[in-house]
Design a protein around this ligand. Structure first.
Ligand code: SF4
Length: 336
């Protein structure tokens, strides 16, 4: 039985962000060759650029490491750089800061939040958690530092099934914040999880009907989907996995046509790895650009340059929250 609480979604602000003013291009001279200028700043600062697959192609191309949430947190945990520029969204940069309290962690645009993280406010989640005192909390990494601090183990879409499978069957589990990933984990593990009612606006925008239409137009194409999608969409998938898993699948499949049901930023890498393949982005319900993450796309090459140049906007987290949030992340890294 799936138990879902109805939580009231609220607009949360990113409470741990510094209030350092964000420089704008109008107050700065932007060099003609941003690629070279960013490289020079990286050397000067001993900085590393970690980027998510949903970033715009230019940012993907300058990244020192490109990956999904699991790979990015592993890189953040092992880097010896002094400065981490996180080309992704706020919770990702927070995770890097939790793992690296003494390093400068920069996010090119502080407004790069996440609808999924926002769908789980800490105060409401704490009350929800209190209803299940014997349960442990496994939280998807797409949540705020406050939610991580209320969790026992963090997971990503790469390792969620594996981590739940490592928990003794008699142990009750609350899974937060993504109900769609939670349902997928329930199906894969046969476990009865208590789900928080959160979701991602991007992955909920895909339409089952349009995917069926696309499959009829491209009968040879395989459907590759992210587990943040809703169950009716996932039913049409030939393969379900994290962004890294989808990328690897497309590299090794004998097929050459794929319908991609996740944020289309990943297609840049897929096309680079296998240029002869055809990748068809799944459209959103209204044929708008809603399948592009509006938060991820706030980062630009220009903002990356300005963040390195001015060493801001910086991510900071209160130490008591950071210490509590670190334990479940370390647990995930050890269990992965
Ligand atoms: S794609 Fe969804 S889960 Fe990922 S950052 Fe954007 S809003 Fe958050």
């Amino acid at each position: 039985m799936v138990r879902i609480t109805i939580n009231q979604k609220t607009e949360t602000s990113m409470v741990f962000a510094t209030v350092t003013p964000q420089p704008t291009s109008t107050t700065n001279n932007i060099p003609d060759n941003l690629f070279t200028a960013i490289e020079e700043l990286k050397q000067e600062l001993n900085a590393v650029i970690l980027a998510h697959y949903y970033q715009e192609p230019d940012i993907q191309d300058i990244a020192d490491y490109l990956g999904d949430s699991l790979g990015l947190s592993q890189q953040a945990a092992s880097t010896d750089a002094d400065v981490i520029l996180f080309a992704g969204v706020h919770f990702m940069a927070e995770t890097a800061k939790i793992l690296n309290p003494h390093k400068l962690v920069l996010l090119p645009d502080l407004n790069a939040g996440c609808s999924l993280a926002d769908s789980c406010p800490a105060e409401q989640f704490a009350k929800f958690k209190a209803q299940y005192p014997q349960h442990i909390v496994i939280s998807y990494i797409n949540c705020t530092a406050e939610i991580k601090a209320l969790s026992d183990i963090i997971c990503t879409s790469s390792n969620a099934v594996n981590i739940v499978n490592q928990i003794p069957p008699e142990q009750g589990i609350i899974f937060a914040p993504d109900k769609n990933l939670g349902r997928y984990v329930m199906e894969q593990t046969g476990r009865d999880l208590v789900l928080w009612d959160g979701s991602c606006i991007v992955h909920e925008t895909f339409s089952e009907r349009k995917i069926v239409e696309l499959k009829m137009q491209h009968p040879q194409a395989e459907v590759l989907a992210h587990p943040e999608c809703e169950t009716p969409v996932l039913r049409h998938a030939d393969y379900i996995g994290s962004t890294t898993a989808l990328l690897k699948y497309s590299q090794h499949s004998h097929n050459s046509q794929f319908i991609i049901v996740t944020e289309p930023g990943i297609i840049h890498q897929m096309q680079k790895e296998t240029p002869d393949n055809l990748f068809i982005p799944a459209p959103s319900i209204n044929n708008c650009a809603c399948n592009e993450c509006p938060y991820m796309r706030l980062n630009t090459l220009e903002k990356v340059y300005l963040a390195l140049k001015h060493r801001t906007p910086e991510i900071n987290i209160p130490e008591d929250i950071r210490v509590k949030a670190l334990k479940p992340i370390q647990k995930m890294l050890a269990m992965s």
